[in-house]
Each structure stands twice: as structure tokens, then as C-alpha cells.
Design a protein around this ligand. Sequence first.
Ligand SMILES: Nc1ncnc2c1ncn2[C@@H]1O[C@H](COP(=O)(O)OP(=O)(O)OP(=O)(O)O)[C@@H](O)[C@H]1O
Length: 262
Amino acid sequence: MTSLSNDVLLESRGLTVRFGGLFALNELNIDVRNGEVLGLIGPNGSGKTTFLNVISGVYSASAGKISLGGIDITREKAHNISSYGLSRTFQRSRLCLSLSVFDNIALGAQRTLNNGLWHNVVQRKAFAAEARKIAEEARELLGVFNTALPDKLFDPAISLGMIDRRRVEICRALIGKPKLVLLDEPSAGMTHDETDQVVDEILGIRKSLGGLTIIIVEHEMGLIERVTDRCVVLNYGKKICEGKFRDVAADPVVREAYLGQA
Ligand SMILES: Nc1ncnc2c1ncn2[C@@H]1O[C@H](COP(=O)(O)OP(=O)(O)OP(=O)(O)O)[C@@H](O)[C@H]1O
């Protein structure tokens, strides 16, 4: 990874993921710059979610390398990668619906927690202080999304509507103070207006956090156009184009692959 500059937070080189004979990712070189919102777009089955899965440790790379903040994370387990500052949301909600909003958000705070058995069982006061601190931070984050949500901190997640569940998932991704957040189809299961609202809220929080780096996978091109600094376009697991949305959208190769029109 000698090419890594200070400007690049995540770098993949020759990244390949194979499922049997299928190349879901095929020698992919992607740079994600510090502080940018990168859109990852492409037709169905082009490898977008596989890329998120392999950089977050859900899938193993068949070949190639990934580095995050200069650390080689290619063979790291998901929990280690998260401890290096990468968090994510999923296409389908992964909330534990029977647990409270607080419990769900606290699951995302592992990176900043002192959570050894000794600490939790014997150091009861320190443990309680940590839980209070997470509750405070969770309230603060929830309040940025929806001023009514902090009062629901100890309600079961199942009692929330879809848009608030998505907000809780995003708070879970943000509570551990990540450097890089992966958003996998934030519009899934929500109306156009709800998606716009939540994404505006994320961008507002991003600003207040001083420029969090985000990779967003999304089929809603209006949303991609509105929120991204740059886009990478995949087709059959390969990068076919990158640049500003308006430039990639006008590229004939992209139009043929993605929009079905040359
Ligand atoms: N666990 C898996 N086992 C086998 N094949 C898989 C697996 N995950 C993904 N694939 C295949 O890898 C290719 C890329 O899939 P992926 O889900 O990454 O595409 P995508 O661009 O995210 O698609 P979509 O836009 O439809 O979500 C597809 O052909 C898919 O069927």
C-alpha cells in the first residue's frame, strides 16, 4: 500500500471477491478520500453491496488488498475493522426490535467502550457511568434527527415507525465516532420524502461532526446527485467510470451499462 496518501482514507487495490466461478468484484481499485461523500452506483448485481461487505469484513477477499487509514484490514474480522473506525447500515433493517432504542444504539458503541468482564462485573460504578454517558450521547444524536426521539430512548424499537427505525440505525452507526460510515440503500423501505428528510439529517450531522467520510450505495439517482461529491460506477464487479455525478451520468459507457441507453 505504498500509494496511500494522507488524503485517502480507504484504499482497495486489485480487490477481488469470487463466489465459485462468479467474480462479484474483479480487481477493483477504489480510493475513498478523507471527508468526501462517495456514491457507489451501478446496475443490479454489479457488486456494490459486495464491496461494502468485503471492506467491513462480512465477506473475505479472494485477492487484493484493502487499507483503512493506512492499516491493512484485508484479513481483519468485522469487529476489528469496526474498532478501526468503520461502521455501516444495512439494506434491510438490522435492529433488534424487542430491545430498547438505547440497547440498539449502545451496540454501536463497542469501539469506545471499556467492556471487559472485569470492568462490567466488578467495576460497577465505572460501568454505570459509561452507560450514562452512552445514554447522554444517544439522546443528543437522536435529538438532532427528531426532537421527539430522545424521550423514546427506553421504548422498544418495535414501537417506532420506519423512518425513526432508520434514524436509530444511523445513530447506532454514528455513536462509536467512526471515521467512515457505509450507507447501504438508505432509501429502502421509505418514501421519497422520508428518504430526503433522513439524508438531510445525516448531512447536517456530518457537518456538525466536521466532515465524516461516507460511502453511499443507492438506486435513487436524485439522491446520489444531491448528496455525493464523487461517484464510482461498477459493472460486473469492475469500475467502469468515476467522477462527479453529472459527468458519470453523461458518460456513454455508464449510460449503456446502467441506464440501458447509449
Ligand atoms: N453470498 C453470495 N453468494 C453468492 N453470490 C453472491 C453473494 N453475494 C452476492 N453474490 C452475487 O455477486 C454479484 C454482485 O452482487 P451484489 O449484491 O454485490 O450486487 P449489487 O450491485 O449490490 O446489486 P443490487 O443493486 O441488486 O443490490 C451478484 O451476481 C450476486 O448474485
